[in-house]
Structure formats: structure tokens, C-alpha cells
Design a binder for this molecule. Structure first.
Ligand SMILES: Cc1cc2nc3c(=O)[nH]c(=O)nc-3n(C[C@H](O)[C@H](O)[C@H](O)COP(=O)(O)OP(=O)(O)OC[C@H]3O[C@@H](n4cnc5c(N)ncnc54)[C@H](O)[C@@H]3O)c2cc1C
Length: 412
């Protein structure tokens, strides 16, 4: 397979590299990308905002967004090339994924020109950060089961209910929220989509402590919160269609990448070669070799699956639902690799101290982060359902509550 850049792609890459060289420092050899979720301190946020603004000024902030919305009007493959090149530099973490990757494309597709003008420019420059208020205690994989209600009151909507797992809600300025505006119709039909000011009265965040020690998630409570009707996106009752736009963009922005931490197969091989098991380098042990061979094969499978998607992008096509395979395989594999790495590290394997553990505790971070990656953006089981139904064309799951009025669906 030939994955050389086309002449156009090579020219774009050269332009990107030339700008990056002048504006950022290359990562030091062996320097890892920031892993885990602990990146919400004010200095990191300020640095991330400054980097985003600098990219926006130079036209690198939103490669695929159309020019009329302030983007570069580039192609998806150019976006991939930019990501590859930017990834080689020591730049602040990207805190704008929900805004730029999900809320922005949704607003471009469904919002009014006034709404787009209000939110998109500040989103591109990183001046305002966005969160996604979709999941609820009884609505995750089955998002259309959500219960947060919005009731019209003059020019406003009064919102009551609870969201959960809202990443970054505590430092975000705006949120995209799906609410139930009509419980008398079937569950997908009674939903309406809004943008909410996260600092408005009646919106309260409560952090959820994570296994890693950080607290990037939140519960978000709406207690008679008022959302102006001017912040409604699309028609009343059309929330499901708008939410699907967000979810499609979520899948493509987290796709097969981003499974936490910066450690990989090569680091595990180095570790297995440098530590001892029963008086010999661990890599000489048959059981370790068997595991390493298995990870190598899976890693190659992922690489070729990703190459197929890149080929589609390079040809201007849209990669198919096969992309679901990437996250499913990668997240589980990294969890297994991290567990092996911690085992190989012996007594220090259970420590999070970056001074005491190899790879700056990257394996420990990857291990603690892995269960979340197997859930976020669609759980393993949901990914398997997608692969079964849309890739393998197996018969769909029975969905018996699809045509029933929401308020008549029995609840536990
Ligand atoms: C790191 C992380 C970040 C997140 N950030 C956000 C965010 O910013 N905003 C937001 O709104 N949400 C966020 N979430 C929530 C995430 O979208 C949900 O956790 C996810 O959709 C799963 O929903 P749930 O937790 O309610 O689990 P459930 O849907 O209740 O699933 C419970 C179990 O049942 C299984 N299951 C459910 N349905 C089926 C089915 N049809 N077939 C087979 N098995 C099934 C699931 O696979 C799972 O094992 C985040 C989650 C994580 C882990």
C-alpha cells in the first residue's frame, strides 16, 4: 500500500510544518503527550486558549470548517495531516474538542445565522469553551430516554432535571443540551435542543471524583433554569435530528484515536526488554513474547483499518461505520497492555508517582483512563451493535419502545 502524500498533500504538510516550526517547540525525544484528564488548572486553560487564538489568527484552527464560518475550507485529509504534524510539537492540550468537533458542526447545520454569528467566532478562537449535556442517570446509550424537561414560559424555557458525566462543565462557558419538551409523543419525537449559558442561575455543577484522583466529570443540575428561546437550536421537537448531528461528529472526532496517555507498543517492548523476570530479561519469557505478539498483530490490524479510512479521506470519500472497530479494539488493547506494563514494573507498578515509575506513570494513567475510553462515545457493546448491524448487516436489535408515547413507557 502506498501512503505517500499526493503533491497537494505534501505542499499542505510543508506549509503546516513551516508555521509550526516558527510558533512551537518540537517535543523532546521520548516526551509523552499529556495523558489522563487532569488538565483543568487555570494555567493550562489559559495556555490552551492562547494557542487556539494563535492558530485561529493564522488560519490553522479549524481546517475543515467552511471559510464563511471562519474555517480554512480544507479537506478531511488536510485535517489529519495537520493533526499528525501538530502532534509532534509540545503544545497545550486541546480543550476545544466538544466545541469545535461537535457543537460547531451542529450549529453550522442547524442554527440560525444570528446564532452562528454569536457563537462560532469565539468558539474558533478558543475564547469560550463548550461542554455536552446529553447523558443523564437513566439515559446514556439510550439517549432518547432522557427526562430533563423544558417548558415554555413566554420568551424563555424553564428547564429542570439532571445531567451526568458532563466533561469540563465546571470550566465551560456554554453547553449543548437536549431536553424533553413533549412527553406525550414517542420518545425520539418529543425532544428539543438548546444552547445553555453554564453560568446562568439555576445551573449547578457538582464534580465527580475519578479513579485517577482528578474530577473532570460533573453532575449538572437544572433547577428552574431559564434558557431564552433565542438559544433554541432548530424547531421544537426536532432535537433528536440535531443531537444525531452532534453524535455523528462525536464519533468522527474521537474515532479510533485518543485512547489516553502517550505510551504505546514500542514503549511496552522497551519496558519488557529492560526489566527482569526470573533472572532474565522479561522479553525472553515465552508468555510475555506471546502477549507481545498478540498486541503487535492487533496493532497492525488497527493501523491498516486506519489506513483504509485515511485512503477514503484522501479520495474525498467518507469513511464508513467500520471506524467503530478502531475504538473497540484500541481501548481494550491499551487496557491490557497497561495492565501488563504495571505487572512488569513490579512493586512500583501500583504507584502513580511520575518520578518512581517508567514513562512518567504513563502506563498507570493509561490503565486508569482505559475503562472510560471503553464507555465514552459509545460503549464496547454499542460499538459491537453498530458493527453487527451496519457493517455485517445482521438483523437489528428489537426496539420495542420506539413507537410508544414517552410517558407510557414503563419505568422501574
Ligand atoms: C470519559 C467519559 C467522558 C464522557 N463525557 C460526556 C460528556 O461530556 N457529556 C455527556 O453527555 N456524556 C458524557 N459521557 C457519558 C457517556 O456518553 C455515557 O457513559 C455512555 O453513553 C454510556 O451510557 P451510560 O453510562 O448511561 O451506560 P448505559 O447506557 O446505562 O450502559 C450500561 C451497560 O449496558 C450496556 N448496554 C446498554 N445498551 C445496550 C444495548 N442496546 N446492547 C447491549 N448492551 C447495552 C452498555 O454497554 C453498558 O455496559 C462520558 C463518559 C465517559 C466515560
Amino acid at each position: 500500500m502506498d501512503f505517500d502524500d499526493t503533491p497537494d498533500e505534501a505542499a499542505f504538510r510543508a506549509e503546516a510544518v513551516s508555521w509550526l516550526e516558527k510558533n512551537a517547540e518540537l517535543k523532546k525525544p521520548g516526551e509523552k503527550t499529556a495523558g489522563g484528564l487532569e488538565r483543568d488548572d487555570p494555567d493550562t486553560i489559559a495556555a490552551a486558549k492562547a494557542w487556539q487564538a494563535r492558530k485561529a489568527d493564522a488560519g490553522w484552527a479549524c481546517i475543515t470548517w467552511p471559510k464563511e464560518y471562519g474555517g480554512r475550507g480544507g479537506t478531511s485529509i488536510q485535517n489529519v495531516i495537520w493533526g499528525q504534524e501538530e502532534g509532534r510539537y509540545a503544545v497545550p492540550p486541546n480543550m476545544f474538542m466538544i466545541g469545535l468537533g461537535m457543537a460547531g458542526p451542529t450549529l453550522m447545520a442547524h442554527a440560525t445565522p444570528e446564532q452562528q454569528k454569536r457563537w462560532l467566532p469565539k468558539m474558533i478562537r478558543g475564547e469560550e469553551i463548550w461542554c455536552q449535556l446529553f447523558s443523564e442517570p437513566a439515559a446514556g446509550s439510550d439517549l432518547a430516554n432522557l427526562r430533563t424537561s423544558a417548558v415554555r414560559d413566554g420568551d424563555d424555557w424553564i428547564v429542570n432535571g439532571q445531567k451526568i458525566w458532563t466533561s469540563g462543565a465546571h470550566y465551560c462557558d456554554w453547553g449543548i443540551v437536549v431536553t424533553r419538551t413533549d412527553p406525550a409523543v414517542r420518545k425520539h419525537a418529543g425532544l428539543t435542543y438548546f444552547v445553555v449559558d453554564m453560568k446562568s442561575p439555576g445551573v449547578a455543577c457538582r464534580p465527580i471524583k475519578q479513579i485517577s484522583g482528578g474530577a473532570n466529570f460533573n453532575e449538572v443540575f437544572f433547577n428552574d433554569a431559564r434558557i431564552p428561546d433565542t438559544q433554541r437550536i432548530s424547531e421544537v421537537g426536532n432535537g433528536w435530528a440535531v443531537a444525531i448531528t452532534t453524535l455523528m461528529n462525536e464519533r468522527s472526532s474521537i474515532g479510533g484515536g485518543g485512547v489516553g496517555g502517550g505510551v504505546g507498543f514500542r514503549d511496552l517492548l522497551d519496558l519488557a526488554s529492560s526489566v527482569e523476570l526470573d533472572g532474565r530479561p522479561a522479553i525472553e519469557d515465552g508468555a510475555i513474547q506471546e502477549k507481545m505478539a498478540d498486541y503487535y498483530v492487533r496493532q497492525k490490524g488497527l493501523q491498516f483499518t486506519s489506513n483504509r479510512a485515511l485512503t477514503a479521506l484522501s479520495r474525498g470519500e467518507t469513511p464508513g461505520p467500520g471506524g467503530s472497530i478502531g475504538k473497540l479494539v484500541a481501548a481494550k488493547m491499551r487496557q491490557e497492555m497497561a495492565a501488563l506494563a504495571m505487572e512488569l514494573q513490579g512493586e512500583v507498578g501500583g504507584l502513580l508517582d511520575t518520578q518512581l515509575t517508567a514513562d512518567e506513570a504513563g502506563w498507570q494513567q493509561a490503565y486508569l483512563w482505559a475503562p472510560g475510553m471503553r464507555i465514552a462515545g459509545g460503549t464496547d457493546e454499542i460499538m459491537r451493535n453498530i458493527i453487527a448491524e451496519r457493517v455485517l448487516r445482521l438483523p437489528p436489535e428489537p426496539r420495542i419502545d420506539k413507537e410508544v408515547a414517552f410517558r407510557e413507557i414503563p419505568t422501574g
